[in-house]
Write a protein that binds this ligand. Structure first.
Ligand code: GLA
Length: 725
């Protein structure tokens, strides 16, 4: 990546395709361009791009041509004539509410490695320092762009150089101003079992906030947004995507201003945030990943996916095919004993499934979801041989052993609660809000944090666990910690998130060979912060293939599907009673990290015979999801069809998924225009047993006959003809 700085005034970050350009003017760091690559010579023309101040001259405090309200700012603050949303708000020690951060210096460094929070790994970074001389505060803005990816990484750091304390009331990760007002906003919203629903609206006047106040990223709104020019679609048009590498409460704010410009900013949610910064202290924002795509939403997703697979996910995720699991949850829920578990293990042994995951219900006296969280010792009434016995049985049967845990939680009916009734998050005399009969542990307290470190270290070590499913089944309420002074309670949410990261960092580093899967009442914490530590996340509790296809389609906007897990579950489905055939359920589960979550003993012989074949197929499909290119072809949000495909980088092999919700005799066959093929190659499509050129498949399309059956899919191998044996 090339970073060029001209006359201490123009900053260029460029790779072969895109440029991010800034300029210092009147001491302010201004945004000039993020989009198609431009050259340094082009910069002389940039001056003309600024709207002049005639629209509201009385607000200009700088000069008669320069107006903060009409510029594109990199670090907008409050109270100096820019009346749009500020990126930073600070309460000074003398009651000041304003700041003026003026350009001071720059340097190019290797991207710092911070222990406290997850950041995309590596890269050469431009650091621009801005100074508020009145209050002796410095903001360092960090910018990283990679050669092979069109994503700009941004985060900020503030340092208090004064001898007085200040208080941050907003410290976002980025600000970007856009010319023009004609934008669409694409985002992901949802609820448990209905995550990653795609919302697409025309941007309206005023401020639109996409946010979570849940203490975690949440099902409600994902920390992702895309702004696209009106003439966009999946494969064409300019799109800017932003994703926060953060798992706590966040805000993404979009403001369509009166001067017909758009401001996009975001970071830690400031609704319940303040941070006291003592003399000499510094504070870091989480990272924002900002993607530019000239080729529609699909182009944007490809950049996020590439970046996350190469530089965010823990290495182990890239090294192997994700484990193929049999999970006990929908197979038995809480209703099992040692024999039942062993029968599940027996049924999976030798089938191609490689890991048995013991889900909820193995600890304390837990037979329902109303007790025992915190009592992380095996219920030997249910499992007489203990966890080690189950591990040994798995080993004997050729399987690895995984365990469900929910470390951040405590049940009122637990030994832990009886011993430490003050360990949970609560606030004074207010009755705590229960959710799923459980409370959150106050990770901000050192004693709670140390207890968790020790108990989970010992659990993983003594039971020789190969796989941990780390669940989190409620949002945070009564956001308060007895470990914080009264004037620091606004720090609670972020400190909780930092402590969570510290705990996960500790355990994942202590057990580098253990696979960690994230989970949060399904997909309530699918975010780039978690993907830094966890090589996979359970995408949703919706295990019906029909719902799951939509959810995976939604997640694919921003996250690589190889890092999201899905399982074949019972039919009729336990949540919605919908019957879907075994192969269709497997096809949809194969969109990510794959497994089964049903009683294999209850399957028909034909279904059982399918399992080894499905596991073999997964081993071919998964590496392509992991290393290849992914394309969305038909949206289940817009039609009764779902279609996506993945091709390897050499354009030799890939897979095409097609799923039809309902039979409609009025419909003609769907013609799918495939993507990512080589026009000059000929491909064989095994499902149809036909050979067609890449050019035909991409430009004319493939006619897919409609099925005469509801809820039916196909998964078709696409292979270059001369590679076939
Ligand atoms: C959550 C998870 C499920 C399962 C249950 C167990 O809902 O998303 O997969 O682990 O908890 O209680």
């Amino acid at each position: 990546m090339a970073i060029k700085v001209i006359d201490d005034k123009f900053f260029f970050l460029s790779n072969k395709r895109v440029s991010y350009v800034m300029e210092v003017r009147e001491g302010h760091l201004l945004h000039v361009h993020f989009g198609k690559k431009i050259t340094c010579e082009d910069v002389s023309g940039c001056f003309n791009f600024y709207p002049l101040s005639f629209s509201c001259p009385e607000n200009s405090i700088e000069s008669d041509w320069f107006n903060l309200e009409s510029i594109k700012a990199e670090c907008p603050t409050f109270g100096s004539g820019d009346f749009r949303q500020p990126m930073v708000k600070i309460k000074g020690n003398n009651g000041e509410k304003i700041n003026r951060f003026i350009f001071k210096s720059w340097e190019i460094i290797a991207k710092p490695v911070y222990k406290a929070m997850p950041y995309v790994r590596g890269g050469e970074t431009l650091v621009v320092s801005l100074f508020d001389e009145v209050q002796s505060l410095e903001i360092k803005q960090y910018y990283t762009l990679f050669d092979d990816c069109d994503a700009l990484l941004r985060h900020n750091q503030i340092i208090n150089h004064s001898n007085k304390s200040i208080e941050l009331s907003r410290f976002f990760s980025f600000n970007m101003d856009f010319d023009g007002s004609d934008f669409h906003v694409v985002s992901l919203y949802g609820k448990p079992s209905c995550e990653a629903q795609i919302s697409c609206n025309k941007l309206g006047r005023g401020v639109t906030n996409l946010e979570s106040n849940c203490g975690i990223s949440s099902h409600k709104q994902n920390p992702f947004v895309a702004l696209s020019k009106t003439d966009y679609n999946e494969h064409a048009g300019e799109v800017y995507g932003v994703n926060l590498v953060y798992s706590g409460s966040f805000k993404l704010s979009i403001e369509l201003c009166n001067l017909n410009t758009v401001r996009l900013s975001g970071g830690i949610n400031d609704n319940d945030f303040s941070w006291k910064l003592m003399p000499g202290d510094s504070f870091l924002s989480p990272e924002a990943v900002i993607v530019y795509s000239p080729s529609g939403l699909n182009g944007m997703s490809a950049e996020f996916s590439k970046l996350y697979r190469q530089r965010l996910l823990p290495n182990r995720a890239n090294q192997k095919v994700a484990p193929i699991v049999i999970n006990s949850w929908e197979a038995a829920f809480f209703d099992f004993d040692e024999n039942k578990l062993k029968s599940i293990i027996d049924s999976a042994s030798g089938s191609g499934i490689d890991t048995f995951v013991l889900d909820d219900g193995w600890f304390g006296k837990r037979n329902r979801d109303n007790c025992s969280l915190g009592d992380w010792h095996c219920n030997t009434n249910k499992i007489k041989c203990g966890l080690k016995g189950i591990k040994d049985y798995c080993t004997q049967k050729g399987l690895k052993f995984g365990l469900w845990v929910e470390p951040e939680m405590i049940s009122e009916d637990s030994d832990l609660f009886r011993a430490h009734p003050d360990y949970y998050v609560h606030c004074g005399g207010y009755k705590p809000s229960e959710s799923r009969h459980q409370y959150i542990l106050d990770l901000v307290r050192d004693d709670v944090f140390n207890y968790l470190k020790e108990i989970f270290y010992q659990l993983i070590k003594t039971c020789e666990v190969d796989y941990i499913k780390w669940d989190m089944n409620r949002y945070i309420t009564e956001n308060y910690s007895s470990a914080l002074a009264s004037n620091r309670q606004g720090e609670f949410n972020h400190r909780y998130t930092l402590r969570l990261y510290e705990l996960i960092e500790y355990l994942t580093s202590a057990f580098p060979d253990v696979i960690f899967e994230g989970c949060c009442g399904g997909g309530g914490r699918v975010d780039a912060g978690m993907l830094y530590y966890f090589s996979q996340i359970w995408a949703s509790d919706a295990t019906c293939a029909n719902e799951r296809a939509k959810i995976m389609y939604g997640w694919s906007l921003c996250y690589p599907l190889c890092a999201l897990s899905g399982h074949v579950s019972k039919s009729p489905n336990l949540q919605n009673n919908r019957a879907i055939d075994f192969n269709t359920r497997a096809d949809i589960a194969m969109l990510g990290a794959f497994g089964y979550e049903l009683d294999l003993n209850a399957l028909t012989k034909e279904e059982c015979d399918q399992i080894p074949k499905q596991c073999e197929l997964l081993k071919k499909v998964y590496p392509i999801l992991q290393n290849g290119n992914f394309y969305r072809l038909l949206s289940p949000f817009a039609s009764d069809y779902f279609s996506v495909m993945a091709m390897d980088a050499k354009k030799e092999r890939g897979y095409l998924w097609f799923y039809q919700r309902l039979v409609d005799y009025g419909k003609t066959p769907v013609r799918l225009k495939l993507k990512g093929l080589d026009e000059n190659k000929t491909y064989h499509l095994d499902y149809f047993d036909i050979m067609l050129s890449g050019s035909t498949l991409m430009n004319v399309g493939l006619a897919v006959p409609v099925f005469y059956e509801d809820f039916k899919s196909l998964l078709c191998k696409i292979e270059e003809v001369n590679l076939q044996k």
